[in-house]
Write a protein that binds this ligand. Sequence first.
Ligand code: FES
Length: 356
Amino acid sequence: MQNKFYDLKIKEIFKTTPDCSIISFDLNNGEKEAFKFIQGQHLTLKATINNEEIRRNYSICSSPLDGELRVGIKQIPNGVFSTFANNNLKAGDTLEVMPPHGNFNVPVEPNANKNYVAFAAGSGITPILSIIKTHLMSEPNSTFTLFYINKNAGSVILKEEIEALKNQYLNRFKIYHFLTKEVRDVALFDGRIDSEKLDIIYSSLISTENTDDTFICGPEDMIFLIRDYLKDKGFDEQKIHFELFNTTGQKYVPSEEVKAHSGEICDVTVQEGGKKFRFDLEIGKTNILDGALGQAADLPFACKGGVCCTCKAKVLEGKVEMINNYALEQEEVEEGYVLTCQAIPLTDKVVVDFDV
Ligand code: FES
């Protein structure tokens, strides 16, 4: 993971809804190379707001095939960065931006004949739109069905772009709008997604048997409801892909192993940018990322909640346990990757490498 911020110039900002800005960046040739991205990835943005450095991750809503880098920032109540972005930023300003990262994608296969399904709620549409556009443009035989949940018709983010896509791919792209705060003729499309609605969706509109991959992005409870529903129906878990923007987190109960070593000192070595950094960390006190940042290390991070994957590193020596992991795939965990913001050492020596 590249821990380098670039000063990117904002090319244009437009409001897709009154509280959501779409920001595009002007990239020179070197920046174009550094900011090549895969559909579904996100950017870490950094700004100093009221004398405090704030970092946030925002999903790229354009497709790599658009030739443009765009992110969507929805203003959330009391959101420091999102309020700043929606109220203060303008074309010509610069923002500090880290190159794209994230695993919310499946490879594009031009000869594929797949049926993809996506569930997006609110600003969860941003990575999903990038994914839909890319697969529809690159796989002429694949289809996409989108279930898009919003409060009301006025809060539908990127509505025009989605409609244009629907018109362009009439036979391969279907969209069903759900509105949680508006009553319409068909009860199915009113209110939040729940298991009864999923039963109807999967018996009358789509089927698990005919779905290849499912992408989900929205609030935690919606993501886990759909994920668990699909798992119960026998849908291959490897084909359920989700992106969480934030989480309330599960209560951390230290394992017996952490408890057994609690208070002992772990000799931590962090490798990043070709450099090594060593420090002592009391086992059970905090995670490796915070321990290192507390010693003035400069490491990549954004959410600190086990969601964004920005702090991913590989354990080369020793053992750690993760508090929450909403970002790494099972295979990555098996290969030794960890989210350092969630990693508690279990051994007296741990070496982690951010460069692999
Ligand atoms: S900083 Fe986001 S997962 Fe660690």
